[in-house]
Write a protein that binds this ligand. Structure first.
Ligand code: ATP
Ligand code: MG
Length: 673
């Protein structure tokens, strides 16, 4: 029997473009479906224009499932698609919208058989991939061969990912990003090959493969029939945030659009901030080179920010040489002049933000969710998180985990906890597991033993030394070193928690971080920040008490206590891409922190840091506050002065684009009643 299923043919609904878009934007929306690039500055409506282009295609009869929309996050994709639904009143659920990874997954489920993947393939998340890499390393006997010099699975995984994303041989990537490991490159390539074999045998792919295998399917002559079929299932490809795609993703866009040539890309080279992941704003230039016939569109009207904020952003980005020059004009009426606020120290900086947020909230009815605090580095939000907690201002941390919930912070705090309270078996387990040669079971046994210490007046250091004597191999070395470290930590002369953190990092954790985190430098930076924060407390117990408080609040949220609807947003600038808030604070604009000294490895890096500043400033609609602490206290040396960021100094010319605020301190108003 034949049964006809009526497809929900998109109803054509007229919507009036001229009321929603300006003529530049309309030109993009109505451009014939060919390769086209919209190269335009922040807040000019690139994302909005893309939404309307999709809507127009659907309104003109294109079925949603024949549209491929690539975005930076799946959340952004959902928002865009639901805007289209709102405009047209059609069901857009079958539109292929999402990140490249998300779409790659779908493509491979349908067509992966051509390259030997059965449709039920499994996906290794990054942690699984590292476990498999570790097993390959053991299988090839590499640990025994090279001992310490071979990279950890984590570092190796990120290098393999970079090679895949930039479409370069692994060796080249090692040369560019991990020169110290170059003598291991041959072995690393061997591991990578075996790793790929193992994945194939297990019918699994990792995140890199979701893109890599997709491209292979499209490019391999042996699978050309399937590739044609895949290409033919879409009529249009549209890409947001094109400046942050890598070479592999650029190739995917081209390959998918090869036949119909309807490829709409929008981006802003001034906002390219992911080069550390292999994204490369020269992809924009590469696009023009690959598609010389492509139409290039510009959008020059900014709808997001006041003219004052825009003037500041424009003046800053003009210092970048390798940028397509763009001047933006604002449509918003003039507003407040952006403020630069030097503050005594980080604590005063946190107090300033908290007070100003409350003022805007209570006196000007500004919802908390319409304000954001942005920073270069996750660790820059540390004091603020404590201050907000203390004042009970609800906040959400968009940049992933709250500062104190990150693995490296918890690892080091476990040392302080176990020292403070040797009965804390959980902390013992956590820190013991960090040592090579100490497995889960040993850690549990040792923790139980150590948690009983004190009863016979033996110190933990003595206990550890005893256990070291009983152990063998790597565990023996590890426990011996741990016992030495513990003797230092238990020394009554050592009372300051900041110093304790430093000893732990020097004697163990720094090395651990080097071996285990691809971003070890940033993690160690965090830990130094943590030490600087902790040293304010006279004793570890007080520091740990404060920490428990901050964590208690977040645990409450996890446990389902109602999260308030209206929350201040805290985010790294990287995570704030594409978003906007009427009020933005940018913290820590001190030289060395933003631009971040350790991020400046090559001369071009300062331009990437400046783009990051540009992204931060252009998130703000009406008010922009940029602050930095003037004095940084160090306990051992004299406290030293911090200089304002060069990003502030270089724009401090006439006519002024910011106002410098001077902070005076006054006693708080008495609480009424
Ligand atoms: P970014 O570079 O930060 O990603 P963008 O170029 O994608 O920014 P959008 O986020 O699309 O810019 O738009 C910025 C703001 O301006 C949004 O609030 C959007 O709704 C508004 N906007 C854009 N174009 C218009 C217009 N023609 N009329 C009214 N509002 C507009
Ligand atoms: Mg956008």
């Amino acid at each position: 029997m034949k049964y006809v299923l009526k497809t929900s043919a998109p109803q054509k609904q007229a919507f009036d473009l001229t009321r929603e878009l300006n003529p530049q934007q309309i030109a993009v929306v109505q451009a014939p479906p060919r390769e086209l690039l919209v190269l335009a500055g922040a807040g000019t409506g690139k994302t909005r224009t893309l939404i309307y282009r999709v809507a127009r295609l659907v309104a003109a009869g294109c079925h949603p499932e024949r549209i491929l929309l690539c975005t930076f996050t799946n959340r952004a994709a959902r928002e865009m698609v639901s805007r289209v639904e709102g405009l047209l009143g059609v069901d857009m659920r079958r539109c292929s919208a999402g990140t490249f990874h998300h779409i790659g997954n779908r493509v491979l489920r349908r067509h992966g058989q051509a390259i030997g993947l059965s449709p039920d393939f499994g996906i290794l998340d990054p942690e699984d991939a590292r476990t498999l890499l570790a097993s390959v390393i053991t299988e090839l006997g590499i640990e025994a061969l090279t001992a310490r010099r071979f990279p950890t699975p984590k570092v190796l995984a990120s290098l393999i990912g970079l090679a895949s994303g930039t479409r370069q041989p692994l060796e080249k990537v090692v040369e560019q990003h991990a020169l110290k490991l170059l003598d291991q490159a041959g072995l690393m390539t061997k591991v990578a090959g075996r790793f790929a074999e193992r994945k194939r045998a297990m019918n699994v792919v990792d995140f890199d493969d979701l893109l890599g295998s997709w491209l292979r399917l499209l490019e391999d002559p042996a699978t050309s029939t399937v590739a044609d079929e895949l290409r033919a299932s879409y009529d249009h490809v549209l890409v947001d945030e094109y400046q942050d795609i890598n070479a592999l993703q650029g190739a995917l866009c081209d390959a998918m659009a090869r036949d119909h040539r309807s490829l709409t890309c929008v981006g802003d080279d001034a906002q390219s901030i992911y080069s550390f992941r292999g994204a490369d704003f020269t992809q924009i230039a590469a696009f023009r080179a690959r598609h010389p016939q492509a139409d290039i569109f510009k959008l020059t009207i900014n709808y997001r920010s006041t003219p004052q904020i825009l003037a500041l952003a424009n003046r800053s980005i003009a210092h970048n040489r390798s940028q397509y020059p763009k001047e933006l004009t604002a449509v918003k009426p003039p507003g407040a002049v952006p403020a630069v606020i030097p503050l005594r120290d980080v604590f005063q900086q946190a107090e300033f933000v908290a007070q100003r947020v409350l003022e805007l909230h209570h006196e000007y009815d500004m919802p908390l969710a319409r304000m954001a605090v942005l920073y270069r580095n996750h660790s820059h939000s540390l004091e603020l998180q404590v201050e907000l907690t203390r004042r009970q201002i609800p906040f959400t941390v968009r940049s992933g985990l709250r500062f104190f919930e990150q693995a490296h912070i918890k690892d080091v705090c476990a040392y302080l906890r176990a020292r403070q309270n040797p009965q804390d078996a959980l902390s013992w387990v956590r820190l013991l597991r960090l040592w090579p040669g100490v497995g889960a079971q040993t850690a549990e046994q040792l923790a139980t033993l150590l948690a009983q210490a004190g009863r016979d007046h033996a110190t933990s250091a003595q206990r550890l030394a005893e256990q070291a004597a009983l152990a063998r191999g790597r565990a023996r070395d590890a426990l011996t070193r741990l016992a030495e470290l513990w003797a230092i930590l238990e020394d009554p002369a050592l009372q300051n928690p900041g110093d304790m953190i430093r000893r732990v990092v020097e004697r163990h954790y720094g090395e651990y971080a080097d071996r285990n985190f691809p971003n070890a430098a940033a993690r160690k930076d965090d830990l130094e920040q943590l030490a600087g924060y902790a040293e304010r407390y006279p004793a570890a117990s007080e520091f740990l008490g404060e920490l428990a408080l901050v964590q208690g609040i977040s645990a409450e949220n996890v446990l389902g206590a109602e999260a308030p609807d209206d929350m201040l947003v805290l985010s790294t600038i990287h995570q704030a891409k594409g978003l906007e808030w009427p009020v933005c604070f940018v913290l820590w604009l001190a030289e060395g922190r933003f631009p971040m000294a350790t991020a400046l490895r090559q001369p071009s890096d300062i331009e990437e840091e400046r783009r990051l500043f540009y992204v931060a400033a252009t998130r703000a609609g009406d008010e922009l506050y940029m602050s930095y602490p003037v004095i940084e206290e160090t306990r051992d040396g004299p406290s030293h002065m911090l200089r304002p960021s060069k990003f502030l100094i270089e724009i401090d010319t006439q006519p002024a684009v910011f106002d410098r605020w001077q902070i005076e301190e006054a006693p708080a108003d008495p609480v009424p009643g």
